[in-house]
Ligand binder design. Structure first.
Ligand code: IVH
Length: 682
């Protein structure tokens, strides 16, 4: 400012200077955003990295001089503050669906046929073909063009708030480009780590003794769910967008045009995507991409075909959480060759002995594998596998690596047959192979430390009691030091005991105690699942809880009464009854309840059921379930199912080829649900 100026002139001049500075800052931001877009989205930079860094530094300096000009969506503000506690749950406005899978061309042709049948259309269908990225699905919400929230997929209905972490991904615009974007726009896409960045990350981790990730997908998921966005920012995550969720405003009528629009609004989409005519075009695309797969800088596990016209997608609807208009055509699991060095037997939660082959380490689908399951003795005999054999090993996605077959023609002279041990390798109790069962078991039950460890791990796991932070290693230590003998002992642990474990900081000990306390509030279904009753998985536990309502109901249940439950056959019923008769198990349960584990009572009375008072009539054929199943489902929710339509009918469910009942419902003004609406209601 000119020092010769005085009074009002001086103020006016400062105001002008401020306005100019504000303008310069905004211009710099726009320039940086545009270069960022060219670099990350269009892959077509027009300035050097050094020049970009220089502009960025300049913006930072200006903002430091004029903090009043700082805004949350400035490119300098991507890395925000640490989240305290845990990631908050976010309910998706529109559920995030999953995809049906097909491996064979026959399955893919059948998918196309179903679409033709449903649409009653013989013309070739236009499909959008996209690579199936192997990362983590996220949803990013923009309101009036500004990024306001981002969430993981979670269970499809509720995800976790990862806004701070998504903001650190350089190709995600904090503000949408242009003007003609919808007022509300949820962008959906896949966050991933490139093959190169994954290797670098693991290299660094192994040097500093940190956790090594099994594959890029796990690394991406771990990075996106960090509480500290600085860690996420350092991981070089990338994203490609493949769809939209909630929208208020206009949106194009084809998937391909939506992707093109997303790109003009500043989002990265996959340049490998292509529109094809007919299912033959899809399969040709698949073959082309399969050949290119190795050369792609990121992992894909197949391709996705989507009916391109949105109107047709809407006509097709969805079925049990996956759209009818899309399918993932998965690549076959990669097979590699290696040698079996030795075989040991692992003892599981129920005492089952699983033979594990220790093989010469091999790289398969980006992961170094040195152990692979041989399942059981029957499989070993069927595949004729011996120690020393050359074998084919396979790994598909997250599935545990397995030995597919032995190359017996290369069997060396020193090859040795694999023998089932007569005694448990952990507790030395007798091993029994029951006639007609493939599985051999250690009969020591919870007296066997291996079974104790596994049952406690199962009890604490996410889908059971969800004791956060109580990891496998800690459980191993707790059992080995004798601090914990049964699941009930977990709740008597003290801070001093936990802190006495090797490598356990006071803070971690306290976190575990907090998590244990939190886990006490649960549901009957989770509790039943956590107990680890043989053959009782999550679905059975849920059904069981619904059926019996509370623990006394289970204690008094008989094998016959339990078999009334959908998921329960004679074998499962026997396991359940035996479990609850066992004195030791009853003691453990008493102790758990005494320590404060509780749940809200499950109501099995019809008066509280959601469809109480409603009358349904079913007509036509439903694709996804039989008439009897539909009736049972409705009745289990408290509804009445009648045979004919009258003024008392609340809803008519009309499947394909519905006839006179549909006509009558229309005449009487009765609400009609098609299959999709019906499934949504259920
Ligand atoms: S569409 C409407 N497109 O696959 C269906 N998903 O198995 C919603 N994925 O959760 C997904 N690449 O994480 C779609 N081009 C792509 C995809 C893709 C990867 C993942 C996504 C989804 C999972 C479903």
């Amino acid at each position: 400012m000119d020092p010769r100026l005085r009074g009002d002139d001086r103020l006016r001049c400062r105001g002008d200077e401020m306005a100019i500075m504000k303008q310069s800052i905004e211009k710099l931001r726009a320039t940086l955003n545009e270069h960022n877009y060219r670099y990350y989205v269009l892959d077509d930079p027009i300035i050097s990295d050094a020049k970009y860094d220089q502009l960025f530094k300049q913006l930072k300096e200006y903002e430091a001089l004029h903090p009043e000009c700082l805004t949350n969506d400035s490119p300098t503000q991507r890395v925000g503050a640490k989240v305290s506690g845990s990631l908050a749950p976010i309910q998706h406005a529109i559920p995030m669906l999953s995809l049906d899978n097909g491996f064979s061309v026959e399955e893919i042709y059948a998918f196309d046929q179903r679409i033709h049948d449903r649409l009653k259309n013989n013309d070739l269908i236009e499909y959008m073909c996209e690579p199936k990225m192997d990362g983590l699905a996220v949803s990013i919400r923009y309101e009036k063009g500004r990024l306001v929230k981002a969430a993981t997929r979670g269970d499809g209905q509720t995800g976790e708030d990862i806004t701070q972490n998504i903001r650190t991904i350089a190709s995600v615009p904090l503000v949408l480009r242009g003007k003609n974007y919808p007022d509300v726009l949820e962008v959906r896409g896949e966050v991933y780590l490139s093959k190169k960045k994954f290797e670098e990350l693991n290299e660094r981790a192994s040097q500093s003794g940190e956790k090594i990730f099994a594959n890029p997908r796990n690394a991406a998921a771990g990075s996106v769910r960090q509480l500290d966005p600085r860690i996420t920012a350092a991981r070089s995550l990338e994203i490609v967008c493949y769809g939209i969720g909630d929208v208020i405003g206009d949106i194009p009528h084809k998937q391909s045009d939506i992707l093109a629009a997303l790109q003009t609004w500043g989002h990265r989409v996959n340049p490998e995507s292509a529109v094809v005519k007919g299912i033959v075009g899809c399969v040709a695309y698949y073959e082309k991409l399969a050949k290119k797969r190795e050369r792609l800088p990121y992992e894909i596990d197949g391709v996705v075909y989507k009916v391109n016209v949105i109107d047709l997608q809407n006509q097709l609807g969805m079925i049990s959480r996956a759209p009818r208009w899309a399918i993932a055509h998965k690549f076959p699991a990669e097979e590699v060759m290696t040698t079996v060095k030795s075989v040991t037997f692992q003892v599981g939660r129920t005492g089952a002995l699983t033979p594990v082959a220790h093989v010469k380490p091999v790289l398969v689908q980006g992961v170094t594998v040195s152990n692979a399951t041989l399942h059981n003795m029957d499989e070993i005999h069927r595949k004729d596998i011996q120690v020393g054999d050359r074998v084919v090993l396979r790994r598909a996605g997250d599935v545990i690596p397995e030995i597919v077959r032995a190359l017996v023609q290369y069997r060396p002279d020193h090859a040795k047959k694999i023998q089932l041990p007569s005694h448990c390798p952990v507790c030395h109790a007798v091993v029994e192979q029951i006639e007609g069962e493939a599985v051999a078991r250690c009969l020591a039950g919870l007296a066997c430390p291996a079974q104790r460890k596994e049952s406690i791990k199962h009890f604490a796991s996410r889908r059971a009691m969800d004791v956060e932070g109580l990891g496998d290693k800690t459980i191993d230590q707790l059992v080995e030091t004798g601090l914990v003998d049964s699941i009930a002992d977990l709740y008597t642990l003290t801070e001093t005991q936990l802190s006495s474990l090797e490598r356990m900081a006071e803070k971690s000990a306290n976190n575990i105690l907090d998590a244990l306390e939190k886990s006490k509030k649960t549901t009957l279904a989770r509790f039943l699942y956590a107990l680890g009753i043989r053959e009782v998985g999550e679905a059975t536990a849920k059904q069981l809880a619904m059926h019996v309502g509370d623990l006394p109901g289970i204690f008094s249940a008989t094998e016959e009464s339990l078999q009334e439950i959908d998921e329960v056959g004679p074998v499962v019923a026997k396991h359940i009854v035996r479990f609850f008769k066992d004195k030791n198990n009853r003691h453990v349960m008493d102790a758990l309840l005494k320590s404060g584990i509780h749940w809200e009572k499950v109501s099995i009375e019809k008066k509280d059921l959601p469809l109480k008072g409603k009358t349904f009539v079913l007509t036509g054929t439903l694709d996804s379930l039989s008439r009897t199943d539909a009736k049972e489902k409705l009745e289990s929710l408290g509804a009445k199912v009648a045979g004919s339509v009258s003024t008392k009918t609340s809803y008519l469910v009309a499947g394909a080829d519905a006839g006179s009942k549909l006509q009558k419902a229309k005449e009487l003004g009765v609400a009609v649900l098609d299959e999709t609406q019906f499934l949504t209601l259920l």
